[in-house]
Design a binder for this molecule. Structure first.
Ligand SMILES: [Zn+2]
Length: 468
């Protein structure tokens, strides 16, 4: 399996640190708002990478953090007059809902920065002890020049950075030894959440979070560290400096980065007013369509979001859904059980589609070509499966399309629609529960129906229902 490594700027054969295992860390969002579709791209891309490793039999330890202490969270908390943790808890919950709707698997562990402060204080102390960091008036800085390999990921040269260095100075940071130095710990300002440390009551810088959480849950060395390409510099460069200086070992073997997402050929930005949240897209489309759209381009190519491309994705996904529904229908009418010799030969040909699919995925996760192989398989199923086919042949095709789609996280089995009489029966049970003041059960039934796309409305004529 080959993947492109930002560190070496070339595609490399994947060799795990430990046989059969993958240790993977993906930088997660800062939770101060609903996630936007730019946040969704790395979630979908690296979830697909994980799923493919699992399909190949690897055991994947997948860690992705939530940054739950940050200037933006504090600003939002002040605006709303609530605590910072109320803001972050709210948006972690909302983010998890969006992830589920996009069929992004929960990480093995989703650490929260605020629960790992102790480890951060420990690593900062270690860096000071080794001479890689220093304290000035309660703030701790990383001494960038002391880490000789600084710039190796972003392929930047320290002297070039230095010449533009004056611009890097932020007010209040003029006490730094060198403009290239970055913050590891900063003292609190009035009204901000803070933790105790040997240097000041304050909070950690953003970069140290990931170094510490990755070390705690995956160890000093990991296989893959991933995120959006906007994180290469300075975030990932700084993570490498901190981790390798503290641990004395190479941090991550492979660095993977997804490219930008534009909207109607413009960069997504608050000032352009073209910010699109995943929630908004979910009101227009099933989020499986968004997932299909994201995977229809290579992850290292810039992707342009537009209504036309979303329509095309919807049609593409529908082709697979229709083929799967058709196979299911044929399975219902087929009378023959076992494959004939002729069918066995026909089924053996599907191996070619699987091989092509795997070859695409193993060429730096070319999901666009992998989808093309699923289309080839769908076309083959559409032309060879009939009501005369055996159940075994139909089931074989059905299972294969579902399996290859599932590796991409695409759910292609339509859920059976609930029958009207079953809905009515549940509504009657809910009315009984309400009469008996068993509101817990009544709510459970409403949620169960909602989960199946049935919306209840209490009207004067009684309870009415409709499909969402
Ligand atoms: Zn990070």
């Amino acid at each position: 399996m080959k993947l492109y490594n930002t560190l070496t700027k070339r595609k490399e054969e994947f060799v795990p640190l430990e046989e059969g295992k993958v240790k993977m860390y993906v930088c997660g969002p800062t939770v101060y708002n609903l996630i936007h579709i730019g946040n969704a791209r790395p979630m979908i891309v690296f979830d697909t990478v994980r799923r493919y490793f699992e399909y190949k039999g690897y055991e994947v330890n997948f860690v992705s953090n939530f940054t739950d202490v940050d200037d933006k969270i504090i600003k939002k908390a002040i605006e709303e007059g609530v605590s910072a943790s109320e803001i972050s808890q709210r948006y972690i919950k909302e983010c998890k809902k969006d992830m589920e709707a996009m069929n992004v698997k929960p990480a093995t562990k989703h650490p929260l920065a605020t629960e790992e402060i102790c480890g951060m204080v420990g690593m900062i102390g270690n860096l000071i002890e080794k001479g890689y960091a220093y304290e000035k008036n309660g703030t701790v800085y990383f001494r960038t020049r002391s880490f000789k390999e600084y710039g190796k990921l972003s392929h930047k040269n320290l002297d070039d950075l230095r010449s533009g260095g004056r611009a890097l100075l932020v007010t209040g940071e003029d006490e730094k030894e060198d403009p290239l130095d970055f913050v590891l710990w900063k003292p609190k300002k009035e009204g901000e959440p803070a933790w105790e440390s040997p240097w000041s009551d304050g909070r950690p810088g953003w970069h140290i979070e990931c170094s510490v959480m990755s070390k705690k849950y995956l160890g000093d060395q990991i296989d893959i560290h991933a995120g959006g390409e906007d994180l290469v510099f300075p975030h990932h460069e700084n993570e490498i400096a901190q981790s390798e200086a503290a641990n004395g070992k190479e941090f991550a073997k492979y660095w993977m980065h997804n490219a930008f997402l534009n909207i109607d050929n413009h960069k997504m930005s608050k000032s352009l007013g073209n910010f699109r949240t995943v929630r908004e897209i979910g009101e227009q489309y099933d989020l499986q369509v968004l997932r299909f759209f994201m995977l229809s381009a290579h992850y290292r190519s810039p992707l342009n979001f537009s209504a036309d491309l979303m329509e095309a994705s919807k049609n593409g996904l529908d082709r697979i859904l229709t083929a799967v529904a058709n196979l299911k229908h044929l399975l219902g009418v087929s009378v023959k059980e076992k494959m004939t010799e002729e069918e066995k030969t026909a089924f053996a040909k599907t191996e070619d589609f699987v091989k092509a699919y795997e070859a695409s995925m193993e060429d730096d996760f070319n999901t666009a070509d992998a989808i093309a192989s699923i289309f080839d398989l769908v076309k083959y199923a559409n032309t060879t499966a009939t009501a005369e086919s055996s159940k075994e042949y139909l089931q074989g095709l059905y299972d294969l399309i579902v399996k290859l789609s599932d590796v991409l996280g695409l759910i292609v089995e339509k859920e059976e629609e609930m029958l009207a009489e079953d809905i009515e029966a549940l509504i009657a049970e809910r009315q009984e529960a309400r009469k008996a003041k068993d509101f817990k059960r009544a709510d459970e039934i409403r949620d169960e129906l909602l989960g199946k796309g049935i919306i209840l409305e209490d009207t004067r004529e009684g309870v009415k229902w409709k499909r969402a």
